[in-house]
Design a protein around this ligand. Structure first.
Ligand code: URA
Length: 213
């Protein structure tokens, strides 16, 4: 794990150019904006061939919580914003139900370019994109992470356990309390999961209140 993390950090340095990295940024927002611009022409994996917009992430750069999904869909690819399609509308409603808005949290994805036909991102694509997410986590330093769906959970937690198993407890990612719940798109397909998702969300809300920065 330590070696992997070092390799990812070195890859980031290489991709960005060392001088850029050491130019101080005045704020997290400015740093994120600068990195987004630097990475938006990324060609590290095949997903760039279908890219209209690089979907880096959005929300409060000083947020208590980061919400992490799988990857951009069609509307996200067109607009450059995460979770703006049908699943995004449901995510907005879920946040509203716990008295939050998308500007209270930071929302992003495991992969930043759209997988064709909304297929799951492949292992090589997730591996190529992960340094961007790890860097976002490093910059934002959330106190809570909510992983939306199996792909996000298995990728960040480096496990093959099922979503059900992963939902059944909280986790730690680099010392950050991490929740796993259903992906909003899965909730649209399976309304029966809305009840357990609401239970997950209430626990997340309670911790969000407790851990608020
Ligand atoms: N939109 C996103 O930004 N991410 C997802 O995982 C699904 C839809």
């Amino acid at each position: 794990m330590a070696l992997r993390s070092l390799r990812l950090q070195l890859e980031l340095l290489h991709n960005l150019g060392i001088r850029e990295l050491y130019k101080p940024a005045d704020s997290r927002a400015e740093l994120l904006a600068r990195l987004q611009a630097a990475y938006s022409t990324c060609v590290k994996c095949q997903l760039h061939t279908g890219r209209v917009k690089f979907v880096y992430g959005e929300g409060d750069p000083n947020a208590t919580a980061m919400l992490i999904g799988e990857g951009p869909g069609e509307q996200e690819n067109q607009t450059g914003r995460p979770f703006v399609g049908a699943a995004g509308k449901l995510l907005d409603d879920m946040l509203k139900a716990i008295q939050l808005t998308r500007s209270d949290v930071y929302i992003c994805n495991i992969v930043k370019c759209r997988p064709p036909g909304n297929r799951d991102p492949e292992a090589a694509e997730r591996e190529a994109c992960l340094p961007y997410l790890l860097e976002q986590i490093d910059i934002i330093q959330p106190r809570l992470i909510l992983l939306l769906g199996r792909v996000a959970a298995q990728t960040l937690l480096e496990t093959t356990l099922s979503l059900e198993k992963l939902r059944s407890s909280t986790h730690e990612f680099q010392g950050i309390k991490t929740y796993v719940s259903y992906h909003p798109a899965a909730l649209l397909r399976n309304p029966n999961w809305k009840r357990p998702a609401w239970e997950d969300l209430q626990k997340f809300r309670d911790d969000h209140l407790l851990l608020r920065k």
